[in-house]
Design a protein around this ligand. Structure first.
Ligand code: MTE
Length: 321
């Protein structure tokens, strides 16, 4: 994003031994599809020294999980972050997000709903069975990861919110509290962080209300205790540490679109044919892969076109970037 100072990953190269072990495992598990992913996941769950295990979640397998892709190591997912409330460098959120208090936590629901509601986070955690969904994650900055998220379809939560038929968009607002997020005003953005989706995008089964990754609750730097993941859109569409959800009639204002509308559109569907004004979107750098495997072609809708392209039928995606 335009405020970034540096883009140096904490770990670009998987240690050779780990890589060799992984290859041996993959060869052994080659015939078993999902099992290979699960094994891959476990084999790459290397926790950095001094980082304690987080609370485990009970997750069930999901038919909506992406298969046949190599997942990103836990360390990279949790140490290469964008979370400007905790600093603008990729390593800042892991260093600074310890001050975020995730209990008590509630999510307020407002706007065009039958009646306003407040959901306690522990109620939300139990609302539906937690699924593990491996998704490709593509940042607008042209880096990417593959992440085993835990959550359930956002549509399940939206149904519990009872929106009115007049609700055409949904807006997500993140916590903005300088006591818990002392770096927040060092980034010159309009706070709170705001994102939004058209109602049909929000109701799409792939859109995930996300509580965890690698079978554990989200680390603070990844948006604890609850965030949204929209796998066919650039990562900035996925607001972290959500405290408010608003159902509205017209397209809501969103943080990066407000900041630089010519660079960050409202839709922000991953699209290799529409470059960012300052860089190409044709390829991406897969964080945490060995250097010779990092450069990958970017896929239309991040590879989820079969499921989501019909949402944009008839729209000019060069205009609606
Ligand atoms: N949500 C909030 N509240 N604040 C942020 O700075 N950054 C966004 C998005 N959600 C951001 C946010 C961007 S630019 C990206 S790429 C993703 O979070 C990064 O998520 P990750 O750090 O878990 O990879």
């Amino acid at each position: 994003m335009i405020l970034k100072k540096s883009e140096i990953p904490t770990s670009e190269i998987t240690p050779k031994q780990a890589y060799m072990n992984r290859r041996a495992f993959m060869a052994a598990a080659a015939a078993t599809g999902v099992a290979a992913i699960a094994g891959e996941r476990v084999s790459r769950m290397v926790r950095p020294a001094g980082v304690e295990a987080a609370e485990k979640l009970t997750v069930v397998n999901s038919p909506l999980s992406t298969t046949g892709v190599e997942v990103t190591p836990y360390e990279d997912i949790t140490h290469y972050n964008n979370f400007y409330e905790f600093g603008v460098d990729k390593g800042d959120p892991a260093k600074n997000a310890g001050t975020l208090r995730t209990r008590p936590w509630s999510v307020k629901v407002e706007g065009l709903v039958k009646e306003p509601k407040t959901f306690d986070i522990d109620t939300l955690l139990k609302l539906k069975p937690m699924e593990e969904r491996v998704y490709r994650f593509r940042c607008v900055e042209a880096w990417s990861m593959v992440i085993p998220w835990a959550g359930y379809s956002l549509s399940e939560f939206i149904n519990a919110c009872e929106p009115l038929p007049s609700a055409k968009y949904v807006q997500f607002l993140s916590l903005a509290d300088s006591k818990q997020e002392p770096e927040i005003y060092n980034a010159h953005l309009n706070w709170p962080y705001s994102e939004g989706l058209r109602m049909d995008e929000a109701m799409h089964p792939l859109t995930l209300l996300t509580f965890g990754l690698y079978g554990e609750v989200l680390p603070n730097q990844d948006g604890a205790p609850v965030r949204v993941i929209v796998p066919w859109k650039y990562g900035f569409k996925s607001a972290k540490s959500i405290v408010k959800v608003k159902f509205v009639k017209s397209q809501p204002s969103t943080t990066w679109n407000d900041m630089a509308p010519q660079e960050y559109g409202f839709y922000s569907n991953v699209n290799p044919n529409v470059d960012h004004p300052r860089w190409s979107q044709k390829t991406e750098r897969r964080i945490g892969f060995p250097i010779w495997k990092q450069r990958q072609p970017t896929l239309m809708f991040n590879g989820y076109g079969d499921q989501v392209a019909q949402l944009y039928a008839g729209m000019d995606l060069k205009k609606n970037y």
